[in-house]
Write a protein that binds this ligand. Structure first.
Ligand SMILES: Cc1cc2nc3c(=O)[nH]c(=O)nc-3n(C[C@H](O)[C@H](O)[C@H](O)COP(=O)(O)OP(=O)(O)OC[C@H]3O[C@@H](n4cnc5c(N)ncnc54)[C@H](O)[C@@H]3O)c2cc1C
Length: 411
């Protein structure tokens, strides 16, 4: 049975099955075998909130196995050595992976290269020297990077960032503080955004550049791990950069024009979050549908009660709409369109619809919906965060409104 009439590239069908088989063996199998380490936070995280070394090894192993199997770099441009299957493959596979794995089998985060952590079009902007140094390790899944844009005083209005790259010899010295940088505690490299021309930056006319920095460079210290949603550990870090020396080969893109790199990355992040939200919502709704048919109350299964079944019908309708929007915008991007309005609409709608759908799945399960075993709360937390990461719902509404009032009224 299929619910979608859009024609997807033929090669995606066998790849989707192959990725599914890979996830069953390399992700779900690994979680089953190492359940105590990977699924009991008391073992997964150290007291300081960082991941245990053995967990980091599993993350690397999944990336490397996926790269070897040909999945990790499926949407990485051919110029970087990837399979170049575009945003439609990115969307379709990420959605499928999360629907299959749910939040429990979280190593699935590392099956398809995420734009900020693995190879992506963002790396097209690095220098030849940087490419020679880092690309082989990144493409093999051996090395990992992260994306250091946000700061304590600069979130949605990222141009307010205060980190400075001050000229030093033929390079620069970077000083400042970054926050919310996902995976900085375990990444090998960070793309760090810093002011290179404070006057231009103050006028919001550029003046910000991006640099590729090894996280082992002298002067970098991850001072703390941010714990969220009651977790005892976390993936996001707060990092101090104290006169970190960078050379010209570490500049990413043009000097003073680093924001372009940020926007490219964040666009892919919006596709990623739309797909992940739909995948996790489908995982949750399928559980709720099954549970509602089994759970007995007032003389029959609770699925017979319209108070239970109609909200699930509404949630399924919204997720279907979000899924169609995701496939549509991925195809627009692959045709070379910028699709700024459609991408903003898709990300904002998908994460909000998924948040509502997972909340409804929790409600359908009664008290069971809150248990660690079912993992619905974990799916909720992840999707709820996506209402803020890679552009908050409000910032996306602002972008949509700006496009509409510029005359972009095609719907
Ligand atoms: C799980 C997670 C992972 C992240 N990973 C990274 C990462 O790897 N690298 C990185 O650099 N950053 C990362 N971030 C940070 C993320 O980019 C910021 O959280 C985001 O840009 C919003 O900034 P803020 O949190 O400072 O909120 P603020 O910008 O302070 O916003 C606060 C509130 O005001 C609203 N608001 C702000 N401006 C407007 C406006 N013009 N109109 C209407 N409402 C407005 C916002 O929508 C929000 O509701 C991550 C965030 C999360 C949650």
């Amino acid at each position: 049975m299929t619910a979608i009439a859009a024609i997807l590239p033929e090669e995606l069908v066998p790849i989707t099955y192959a990725v599914e088989a890979f996830c069953k063996a390399e992700v779900i199998g690994r979680h089953e075998k190492h359940h105590d380490l990977l699924n009991d936070p008391r073992n997964t995280f150290r007291l300081d909130g960082r991941l245990e070394d053995a967990v980091v090894e599993h993350i690397r192993a999944v990336r490397m196995a996926s790269a070897k199997a040909g999945f990790f770099n499926v949407s990485v441009p051919a110029s970087l050595g990837g399979a170049d299957l575009g945003m439609i493959a990115y969307y379709t596979l990420i959605e499928h992976v999360y629907r299959l794995c749910g939040p429990h089998n979280w190593l699935c985060d590392f099956v398809i290269s995420h734009w900020a952590f693995g190879p992506s079009a963002v790396l097209s902007a690095v220098t030849e020297e940087a490419r020679a140094q880092i690309l082989p390790g990144m493409m093999a899944g051996e090395k990992m990077m992260c994306f250091g844009m946000s700061e304590p005083g600069a979130g949605s209005d990222a141009a307010m960032l205060q980190t400075r790259a001050v000229p030093d010899g033929d390079g620069w010295k970077i000083s400042g503080r970054k926050i919310w940088t996902t995976h900085i505690p375990i990444a090998d490299y960070c793309i760090v955004f810093a002011q290179t021309d404070p006057e231009l930056a103050a006028k919001k006319r550029g003046g910000i550049s991006a640099f590729l920095v090894p996280t082992s460079a002298p002067g970098i210290e991850v001072e703390s791990i941010i714990r969220m949603h009651g977790h005892i550990g976390g993936y996001e870090g707060i990092t101090v950069f104290d006169e970190v020396k960078v050379e010209p080969w570490q500049l990413v893109g043009e000097l003073h024009n680093g924001f372009k790199i940020g926007l490219l990355g964040v666009s892919m992040g919006r596709i990623y979050n739309s797909a992940r939200a739909v995948g996790l919502a489908r995982w949750a709704l399928e559980m709720a549908i099954e549970y509602a048919q089994q759970r007995q109350a007032f003389g029959g299964p609770i699925s017979d009660l319209q108070g239970v079944s109609f909200p699930l019908a509404d949630a399924a309708t919204e997720i279907h709409a979000a899924h169609l929007m995701g496939i549509n915008v991925a195809q627009l991007l692959d045709r070379g369109e910028r699709a700024v309005k459609e991408l903003s609409m898709t990300k904002s709608y998908s994460v909000q619809a998924a948040t509502r759908a997972i909340d409804q799945a929790i409600q359908t399960h009664g008290a069971m919906g809150f248990t660690n075993e079912l993992g619905l709360h974990e799916a909720y937390a992840r999707v709820r965060q996506a209402n803020v990461a890679d552009g908050t719902n409000e910032i996306l509404a602002r972008t949509i409104a700006q496009r509409l009032f510029k005359g972009d009224v095609e719907l």
